[in-house]
Design a protein. Sequence first.
Lengths: 254, 125
Amino acid sequence: MSDRIPTGIAGLDEMLGGGFLPETANLVEGAPGTGKITLGMQFIVNGILRYDEPGVILTFEEFPQQYYRDAETYGWPFLELEKAGKLRVIMTSPEVSRADLERVGGRIESLIREIGARRILVDSLSHFERITRDPIELRRVVYAFVNALKREGLTSLLTRESPVLVGEGDLTDEDVAFLMDSFLMLRYVEIDSAIRKALLVLKLRGSQHAKDIRQFEITGSGLEVRSKFEGREGILSGSPHRMAESFVEAFVRR
Amino acid sequence: MANPGSDLAARLMGDMDPQLLDFLKTKVNSFIKWDLVRFFHENPHSTDTAENVARYVGRDASVIEAELGELVGTGVLERQRVGDLWVYSLATDAHMRKLVDQFILACDDRQFRVKAIYHIIRGMR
């Protein structure tokens, strides 16, 4: 087994020290439109095309046709990969997938084994909140689900919708993010009256990772991670300011 | 005197592929089943409850359940117990999947759709 599962996204793999750790659960959280699904699809398609690791997309929200269409805009041949038995896009619901993965020889397990899948994109974890509103029960349900994916030998990328469009969100003690092996945050930030996108690796269990906040863009070929935000602070607040301004605020305007 | 309605029916169905005609007569004999067959054709790996399938196809769950049951009865779909849930998925039988593919492909043709609609309406009377 390789010691890293690269996403194939230049810049991101560098931040992760080479990629995710094998057979781990990795959470990507962001507001709508930040690029969670693009990142997830790129993780899957790069796995198939570059690393010969078939993948599964488990969707609780979009129809497979939507993924095929979205992938096509980036030049990713999802339909051909489905036909070649390298990809499966499974549309189901959290309650069914959870129950299905808990039994031997379930439908999802069969599809995973049929193509020898090594990677999975789960879109999205937010839908598990439909099962229960009790945060402790939700944590138990997600824990069992994530463990089932690990049992199948999969490295998973799970998306989660952030309720906060710009700025910081809150994590409670029972947040499912604590169950994950890594936690990536995608954020909108406002700089000079323009919206930019920021990426941060908040956690990578058992490994070193970059602590800086990087800029990224969604281009015609997917997500591209760029340099870090130089000379600014308060990026996660959504409205960063120049470091010099902080200095003036703290020491001069008194 | 011959019934003009049955004449028209015979003419409409006469040139239809016998396999597809049989599929239409014995399996997809309602518009809801047609929607369901299309849904499972587009989502061949889907496994879900009647309630969720109803949500996906924009129909009422109480109506969908009976139609799903009939599609299971004719071998188009499979029904399984998963935990405490009953879930539905497209039959894994290769012959049935081929028939479903052929039916959906045929539906791209307007003439075929008109004949199929006529047949279903006739069956509803």
